[in-house]
Design a protein around this ligand. Sequence first.
Ligand SMILES: *Cc1c(COP(=O)(O)O)cnc(C)c1O
Length: 376
Amino acid sequence: MKKIQMVDLKGQYEFIKPEIDVELQKVLETTSFINGPAVAEFQRDLENYLDVRHVIPCANGTDALQIALMGLKLKPGDEIITADFTFAATVEVIGLLNLKPILVDVDPKTFNIDIAEIEKAITPKTKAIIPVHLFGQAAPMDEIMELAHKHQLYVIEDNAQGIGATYTKKDGSKAKTGTIGHVGATSFFPSKNLGAYGDGGAIFTNDDNLAHFIRGIVNHGMYIRYYHDVVGVNSRLDSMQAAVLKIKLKYLDYYNERRKEAAKNYTRLLFDYPNIITPYRHAACDSHVFHQYTLRILNQDRDALVKFLNENQIPCGVYYPVPLHAQKAYASKHYKEANFKITNQLVKEVISLPMHSELSLDQVEYIANKIKEFLG
Ligand SMILES: *Cc1c(COP(=O)(O)O)cnc(C)c1O
């Protein structure tokens, strides 16, 4: 059996090496390292893939979130509701822009933001909601969009973990995650479902005016060269990364299918086993692309399990070990522990298993058997 890895970047490269090497060589020969043709081509391909009017590439996923928020012209003190159980970037950018993060608890089944908790947190100062499609599973977008419409709020989708997921709306129509709210943001960090060979990110929107405004923000607030209309940032996807992403985008559905297959095998082997809760999937199972395969371990020592797996050459992760409301940078005296029951529980129970498009059945079986051996 091949050595088990959390993410197999080498194996993934080998699978597409001839194509990648040719495209990277092209960038080297033309030396158009910034804003080269590969960037425009990738942008167009991703717009087609997502069926969205505008993709604005940028330097990383955190920038994408920050720039999306900057595009909405919010004012200091405006309240932004987001999930307590997510990667810190989501809340970090809210703080950086002097907006006020309002963290709310999540749903114990999907780990995604809890719609009832959002509703409770809305005040006259609320301006936006940032749902995160955590671990690759779509947040309840129908309900979120309804709530946003009712209260006149913006919705910014953090799609860093969900790229390629399809969400089926109540009316039966389908849309890619990240294209349902007013604006979406994603990351091309190497381990993400669509990963570059360095940093990268993108913003999506169907709103022509917002897209125009954001294209200026990513480029120093310029709409005409050397005329700076707003305070912007410098955030670019470089041509090397765009060349890699253009090739990998062709395989994204295949990669996601491979992840779903690995997930199905894990679940088949671990479902119904005492003290384990396998990931919940909506009926429309397309809406989960398994950026992570995350178990809840009940009434057992999760950290001891992590140690046991590591000792057996199985890497694994705890995403995330600390709720955001308990982080020093984001703590607030207004938060009450009783309002974060689910997140406080999840941080003690979750464990994410190796998950990538190169994972083989014998590896999944070995991992599942080791987990059962530990739990007895
Ligand atoms: C990875 C990630 C980000 C940040 O992306 P970077 O490209 O690393 O800046 C933001 N939000 C979530 C949920 C993520 O998983």
